[in-house]
Write a protein that binds this ligand. Structure first.
Ligand SMILES: [Zn+2]
Length: 170
């Protein structure tokens, strides 16, 4: 029975109420992925530590990328809700943007983005298509939005991904 640690790092000063809502929405996604197994992934806010299985940095927007401070060559697409950098593999670095085009997102959208970035993060030796072209069904497969249903394959990927710990960019 494993309890994996998912750490959300607030680098954009959300209110405590916002943080709570995002934590609850994100926990829901991981609970669904681990449903009917002996394992779980526990989501909390705080500072990243070497013991964490997944660390996701929330930053104000793409222009304030935490990843780019360290790896200026990171290629973050314009419409991205988040990004994961694996150029320093096996270490992974994940971030989520609070705003895109000036507006905040629904809490469920942040949760979906964390889950999506987790699939990239936990497989640092795969390329982006490993997640994006999974199941060959475009938008449905990789959890892009809060309306996307989780497939059994998504759950499998997340469970297997957590089973092998890779270092996280703190
Ligand atoms: Zn992606």
């Amino acid at each position: 029975m494993a309890r994996y640690v998912v750490k959300l790092v607030d680098r954009t000063s959300f209110s405590p109420a916002d943080e709570h809502a995002i934590q609850v929405a994100t926990q829901k996604r991981f609970d669904e992925a681990f449903k009917d197994t002996a394992d779980s992934a526990d989501v909390s806010w705080g500072s990243g530590t070497p013991n964490d299985n997944l660390v996701v940095h929330f930053v104000p927007d793409r222009e304030h990328s935490y990843i780019k401070q360290k790896w200026p060559d990171a290629n973050i697409i314009l419409e991205a809700g988040g990004h994961t950098y694996t150029g320093a593999r096996p270490m992974s670095a994940s971030e989520v943007y609070r705003k895109r085009d000036g507006g905040d997102f629904h809490f469920g959208s942040y949760a979906a983005t964390v889950f999506h970035e987790a699939m990239h993060n936990l497989y640092p030796f795969q390329n982006a298509d490993f997640v994006h072209k999974k199941d060959g069904t475009g938008l449905a497969a990789p959890i892009y939005s809060r309306h996307t249903q989780m497939t059994d394959h998504n759950k499998e990927l997340i469970r297997q991904g957590f089973a092998v710990k890779n270092p996280q960019y703190l």
